[in-house]
Design a protein around this ligand. Sequence first.
Ligand SMILES: [Zn+2]
Length: 191
Amino acid sequence: MFLKELDLGHETKCTCGSCKGTGIYKGFAEHDDLGVVCHYCNGKGYYTLELNENMQLVQDEKTGTVYEVSDGLIVGSVSLFNELQKRDDVNYVMYSTGRVFSPEYLFEHGASEINVIRYEEFIQGKLPLPMMQYTCPRQISQSYGNAEFDNDCEFGCFSDCKKFGTQECWKKFYGEAKTIEEKQNVLKKVR
Ligand SMILES: [Zn+2]
């Protein structure tokens, strides 16, 4: 291997492996052209790799593969993030509810275009607002990374919590944010 050291600073954006850099996950619960915001990167398509002084990134000049080196040992490979990758199988985006949905079913049953946004809007940087009745803010901020939310939750399991799907928790989560855009900005802070 011909390895050269990359000097990209202490923080490097790496492609999220779960959504392959698209920011969108589509599994068995997402029917038709529905996708959900990726749990691992919160729709960004990348995660930020923080390098300490004992770590480097090196690139194999032949294959282009980038390796993460810690204390002189290769500990893994990463893919450098350039831009959000496009998907051609998704037209609508929402936050996961853990339920099986299609866009047609959602709109027939009163879902709003605030909760289920068009893929073009997502590409432009918008996020859907989670459907309050099907999820709780702790579920999102826990599985989405470091942001913490606690409203004296009463659970075992999220859906067992007496407050699950209630306005009380969402009001606390959004805080001062009132408009859709302000609420989207709260969601963007969840890592
Ligand atoms: Zn992702």
